[in-house]
Write a protein that binds this ligand. Structure first.
Ligand SMILES: *[C@@H]1O[C@H](CO)[C@@H](O)[C@H](O)[C@H]1NC(C)=O
Length: 290
C-alpha cells in the first residue's frame, strides 16, 4: 500500500515540471553575455525550473558580420560555461545557440546539456534564412553559415524534447516529425525581427503547438533598439491547446511555465488527431536514419 502511494506520487510528480525561458540581453561583450546567462540560469533553477532555455545567438550579436568573430569550437569557452551551469544548477539546459566553428565551416548551433553537465545533443540550424528581395532587402545566412543536416531530440525524465532554431519553426514538417517521434515539448531559440515578429512569431508557435498537440517554447534575445539587428523579444510558451501560457515583454527577463503532460494527454483525447490521421492517404516522414 505504502509502496503504491509512494510510486504514484513519483509518477504524478514527473508528469509536470517547470520550464524557464531566459530572454537574455545580448551585448557585444561575450564575457558579459556568458556571465549574465550563467546568473539567470541559476536564478531560474532557484525558482524550481528543471529545463531552462536560452536565446538564439546568446553569446554574440546576431548578424552575418559577427558570426566569424564570435565563433567557437564545441567544446569551447561558451559551451563550457553552459555545461558548468547545467551541472551546478542540476537542470537540462538548452543553450540557445552560438556561432560554431568546425574546421573552415561555421554553423548556428544549439548545444543541450544534462544536469550532469554532459552534452546531450547539438542542433545545427537546418534551415538557413536567405532572402533577396531586389531593391528591398538582402540577408543571406548561407554566405557565412553552413546548414546542419540532422534532426535533434533529447530525453529527459519528464518527456522527450525536439530542438529547432529560429527559421526552423516555419517548417511544419520538422515539428510534425518530432511529435511523431514522441516529443511532447519543442524548443526554438530564435530571433525574429521587428517585421516578422509581430506578424508571425506567436502565430507560428501556436500553429506548431495545435497541429501537433505539444508544448512549444521560444527564446528570443531581449530587444536592443541600438543593435544592428533588432530582435522582437516576446519569448513564449504555448500549450497543446494552442494557448500562450506565458509571454515575455521586449526586455530582459526570465519567464516560467508548467509543462503538464497529463493536460497534453487530455487534449489528445479530446481531439484525437494523433490517432485519426489517414496514413493511407498521406504521410510526413524523416528520411534521416535512426
Ligand atoms: C525582417 O525580415 C523580413 C523578412 O525577411 C524583411 O522583409 C524585413 O524587412 C525585416 N524587417 C526589419 C525591420 O529588419
Amino acid at each position: 500500500m505504502f509502496t503504491c502511494a509512494f510510486y504514484c506520487i513519483i509518477l504524478l510528480d514527473e508528469l509536470k515540471f517547470s520550464l524557464a525561458v531566459v530572454q537574455l540581453r545580448v551585448s557585444k561583450i561575450k564575457a558579459d553575455n556568458l556571465g549574465r546567462a550563467q546568473k539567470l540560469v541559476k536564478e531560474a533553477a532557484g525558482q524550481g525550473a528543471k529545463v531552462v532555455v536560452l536565446p538564439e545567438c546568446f553569446n554574440s550579436p546576431y548578424g552575418t558580420g559577427f558570426f566569424a568573430e564570435y565563433a567557437e569550437k564545441i567544446p569551447g569557452e561558451s559551451t563550457r560555461v553552459l555545461s558548468e551551469a547545467a551541472r551546478d544548477c542540476g537542470v537540462y539546459l538548452v543553450g540557445g545557440s552560438i556561432p560554431e566553428k568546425d574546421g573552415e565551416k561555421l554553423y548556428n548551433t544549439c548545444s543541450v546539456f544534462g544536469p550532469d553537465g554532459k552534452l546531450l545533443v547539438k542542433h545545427r540550424k537546418i534551415h538557413l534564412f536567405d532572402i533577396d528581395v531586389p531593391g528591398k532587402i538582402r540577408f543571406q545566412e548561407s554566405e557565412t553559415l553552413s546548414p546542419g543536416n540532422r534532426l535533434s531530440m533529447f530525453e529527459t525524465p519528464f518527456c522527450k524534447v525536439g530542438v529547432g532554431i529560429c527559421y526552423d519553426i516555419r517548417f511544419a514538417e520538422l515539428a510534425h516529425i518530432y511529435a511523431k517521434k514522441g516529443c511532447q515539448l519543442l524548443v526554438y531559440p530564435g530571433a525574429f525581427n521587428m517585421t516578422t515578429g509581430p506578424a508571425h512569431w506567436e502565430l507560428l508557435q501556436r500553429g506548431r503547438a495545435v497541429d501537433n498537440q505539444v508544448y512549444v517554447a521560444t527564446a528570443s534575445p531581449a530587444r536592443d533598439e541600438s543593435a544592428s539587428y533588432v530582435a522582437w523579444g516576446h519569448s513564449s510558451v504555448v500549450n497543446p491547446w494552442g494557448e500562450v501560457i506565458v509571454k515575455a515583454g521586449p526586455e530582459e527577463s526570465v519567464v516560467y511555465a508548467d509543462i503538464d503532460l497529463q493536460y497534453l494527454a487530455d487534449v489528445r483525447q479530446q481531439i484525437p488527431i494523433t490517432t485519426q490521421r489517414r496514413n493511407d492517404l498521406y504521410s510526413v516522414n524523416s528520411v534521416q536514419e535512426g
